[in-house]
Design a protein around this ligand. Structure first.
Ligand SMILES: *[C@@H]1O[C@H](CO)[C@@H](O)[C@H](O)[C@H]1NC(C)=O
Ligand SMILES: *[C@@H]1O[C@H](CO)[C@@H](O)[C@H](O)[C@H]1NC(C)=O
Ligand SMILES: *[C@@H]1O[C@H](CO)[C@@H](O)[C@H](O)[C@H]1NC(C)=O
Length: 221
């Protein structure tokens, strides 16, 4: 796992006694079937084109939601996916295998705010729009056709890898230092609001809403 934008911003947890679960409504607007995934909530569901499901996330939870593609599972919930696979389980216990577009969230943090971003630190598989069910704050999106334009060296079955996943060097993983390069520019040009990886990018790509907000996650907006 690459570092997340949200982890750069975490504050001591301040849970209000009245906090209750937030509902994330996931919409599959893609022309193909996806399998939802969430940590820590599990949230493993097959969503055919046009289907919707709800994932309830506990107050104070820090985690992520993503889409998996081209999966097959048996009746006991074991199998595999071409992108976003989490150890072959329908109900994810851990993060997915890159490439996968991540919606990251940290609920009810400092001042009872929810923080969230769309991260491409693990690459991209499916475009996504993250919309608060509230008019008092704004969402974030990464809706470009990144797979179709993916640089050749980053191409993967069903997705487009982050260069850190492919090259594993400081230059691309930003473990100690890094500068903008052609690959970061490619992602940033296509999805200016998303977190790519370099340190200056974290605060700028992280959004917030009042704690208690519900959200809609549209895949293929
Ligand atoms: C799933 O795999 C098939 C065959 O390998 C491919 O043609 C198709 O594009 C894939 N679908 C998605 C959503 O990636
Ligand atoms: C969030 O969704 C839940 C479940 O649908 C609902 O009970 C709750 O009132 C919603 N919260 C807000 C702030 O709309
Ligand atoms: C679903 O996709 C269509 C284009 O295929 C688009 O016009 C529509 O706005 C999308 N719906 C949502 C909720 O994003």
């Amino acid at each position: 796992m690459a570092s997340s934008a949200i982890s750069q911003l975490l504050f001591p947890l301040l849970l209000l006694p009245l906090s209750h679960a937030a509902t994330f409504t996931v919409v599959n607007n893609c022309s193909f079937t996806i399998w939802t995934a969430a940590v820590p909530a599990g949230g493993g569901r097959q969503l055919n084109r046009g289907q919707t499901c709800a994932i309830d996330v506990n107050p104070g939870a820090i985690g992520s939601i993503w889409a998996r593609t081209n999966c097959t599972f048996d009746g006991s919930g074991r199998g595999s996916c071409e992108t976003g696979d989490c150890g072959g389980l329908l109900e994810c216990q851990d993060h997915g295998t890159p490439p996968n577009t991540l919606v990251e969230f940290a609920l009810n943090q400092f001042s009872n705010r929810d923080f969230f971003d769309i991260s491409l630190a693990d690459g991209f598989n499916v475009p996504v729009n993250f919309i608060p069910d509230s008019t008092s704050c704004r969402g974030t999106r990464c809706a470009a056709d990144i797979n179709g334009q993916c640089p050749e060296k980053l191409r993967a079955p069903g997705g487009c890898n982050h260069p850190c996943t492919v090259f594993k060097t400081d230059e691309y993983c930003c473990t100690s230092s890094c500068a903008p390069n052609e690959y970061f520019r490619f992602f940033k040009k296509n999805c200016p609001d998303a977190y790519i990886i370099y340190p200056q990018d974290g605060p700028a790509s992280t959004m917030f809403c009042p704690g208690g907000t519900n959200y809609t996650v549209v895949f293929c907006p």
